[in-house]
Design a protein around this ligand. Structure first.
Ligand code: 5GP
Ligand code: ZN
Length: 114
């Protein structure tokens, strides 16, 4: 998708620090980390937000969670704990219109909303 920051990262047009990549999923460090470990896990398919998820994306989303666990293990936090956040839409605080999963870890993430 043209003018999508994350599609540009996927294409290598914008540099990023990649931590995982396969043919469907990319993970890279967030440019403004909110925790010692802050990684964004995204589908390579341009899905604007959770709202646009289609039936055919259900397996892909499952794979994303498996990748998140794999990264958590590599980062040494699988058993310490971590948080996964998906912001959706305006009230959800979503700023980039390409579905992404925030993986946050490396400290006690105390400020819970739910
Ligand atoms: P959102 O607020 O949409 O849920 O999260 C977007 C995230 O993308 C933010 O945490 C922001 O720091 C990150 N971000 C925005 N632009 C870039 C970029 O060019 N590179 C990287 N690595 N992260 C970005
Ligand atoms: Zn995109």
């Amino acid at each position: 998708m043209e003018n999508c920051i994350f599609c540009k990262i996927i294409k290598g047009e914008i540099p990023s620090t990649k931590v995982y990549e396969d043919d469907e999923i990319l993970a890279f460090k967030d440019i403004q980390p909110a925790a010692p470990i802050h990684i964004l896990v995204i589908p390579k398919k341009h899905i604007p937000s959770l709202v646009q998820l289609e039936k055919e994306d259900e397996i892909l989303v499952g794979k994303i969670y498996t990748v998140i666990n794999k990264i958590a293990e590599e980062q040494g936090v699988l058993n310490k704990g971590y948080r996964v956040i998906v912001n959706c839409g305006k009230d959800g605080g979503q700023e980039v219109g390409h579905l992404h999963f925030h993986l946050l870890a490396g400290k006690s993430l105390g400020e819970k909303i739910v």
